[in-house]
Ligand binder design. Structure first.
Ligand SMILES: Cc1ncc(COP(=O)(O)O)c(C=O)c1O
Length: 335
């Protein structure tokens, strides 16, 4: 096991299913699409963050923390699941919600993730900027200092790209899980597509697949920033993760595959391709995608299929990273 040297607490329902989206694949007339159902990881409605939190919280517990702090957008799935993880382990939790998405209806600020965060009783702080990662992290660090002065032992899960990516270890572990599932079902996979945001998931999967010598390319669909900025971030993180798991030098820049064609008009803002992907997945498979992450990553995969990047006879994997609760923040999606 590549991650055996790192403390981990079991929080996720894994292995998650790998299921064939037969109807959607037939509709598109291209490769067989397999969904890796990481929307089914449990932990207050599932998502990729459950695997990441196993290692962040593992690190927190090993350091004797009694309070967890983190930051994210108003509809952050990461924040929701961090609160759930802390609650499950009996830790105190404080979160910071950033004003990252403009022009949304009141439901965006009240329903879905913010509703669940309140239900689980987290202490909530607000941060006025949405595109100031370093500032948001600094505000959390300042709050952690206050808690320390009160005698608490806080642990901050930061947002910015520069921190030690313990969370990525969750996706190194997922790479091992996937490779086993592929072998068991005798699948030769031509590529894996996923949403690339903080890059914690993307970097972990790339490092894991490279360390396992799987030869499977991982395609990141940008949902937060353009591909040039994202490339630097994914590469740095994936190389750091490879080093952490004893495979220094395993990841090079050619392993970082990115596509930002579905990002516009920006983070958390819908576009026609995303809406089409959400409707196709819902209609053909009863699978729910969200407007910020999974709708855009599926839209990117569909676009690659339509452009002939993947064709009939091939098998591709779509990593469903969750995000379902955020749907309730966008009631305008259906009339
Ligand atoms: C549903 C969902 N998918 C994908 C991502 C992107 O994952 P990462 O931040 O690890 O790049 C997130 C991050 O918040 C998410 O909530």
């Amino acid at each position: 096991m590549l991650t055996k040297n790192y403390p981990r607490v079991a929080l996720s329902h894994t292995p998650t299913p790998l299921e064939c989206l037969t109807n959607l694949s037939d509709h598109l007339g291209g490769p067989r699409i397999w969904a890796k159902r990481d929307d089914c990881t449990g932990l207050a409605m599932g998502g990729n963050k459950a695997r990441q939190l196993e290692f962040y919280i593992g690190d927190a517990v090993s350091k004797g923390a009694d309070t967890v702090l983190t930051t994210g957008a108003t509809q952050s799935n990461h924040v929701r699941m961090t609160v759930a993880a802390a609650r499950k382990l009996g830790l105190e939790v404080e979160v910071q919600l950033e004003k990252r998405v403009d022009g949304r209806q009141p439901a965006y600020y009240e329903s879905g993730n913010p509703f669940l965060i309140k239900l689980m009783g987290a202490k909530i702080h607000f941060y006025p900027e949405g595109e100031d990662e370093d500032g948001a992290d600094a505000a959390m660090d300042a709050r952690a200092d206050e808690l320390r002065a009160e005698g608490k032992k806080p642990y901050v899960i930061p947002l910015s790209g520069s921190h030690t990516p313990y969370g990525s270890l969750g996706y190194v572990k997922a790479a091992e899980e996937l490779v086993q599932q592929f072998a068991k079902q005798s699948l030769e996979i031509s590529g894996i597509a996923l949403a690339s945001g903080s890059a914690t998931t993307h970097a972990g999967l790339v490092a894991g697949m490279k360390a396992l010598d799987s030869g499977i390319p991982v395609y990141g669909l940008c949902i937060r920033r353009g591909q040039d900025a994202q490339r630097v971030r994914v590469l740095e993180k994936a190389q750091k993760v490879a080093e952490m798991i004893g495979h220094e030098g395993a990841v090079s820049d050619t392993d970082v595959l990115l596509d930002d064609s579905m990002l516009a008009p920006g983070y958390g803002q819908l576009n026609d391709n995303c809406l089409e992907a959400m409707k196709l997945a819902a209609f053909h498979e009863g699978i729910l995608l969200d407007p910020t992450y999974t709708g855009k990553s599926m839209a990117g995969l569909i676009d690659m299929i339509r452009k002939g990047r993947f064709t009939k006879g091939q098998d591709v994997v779509y990593l469903h990273t969750g995000g379902t609760p955020a749907l309730f923040g966008y009631p305008e999606l259906v009339e």
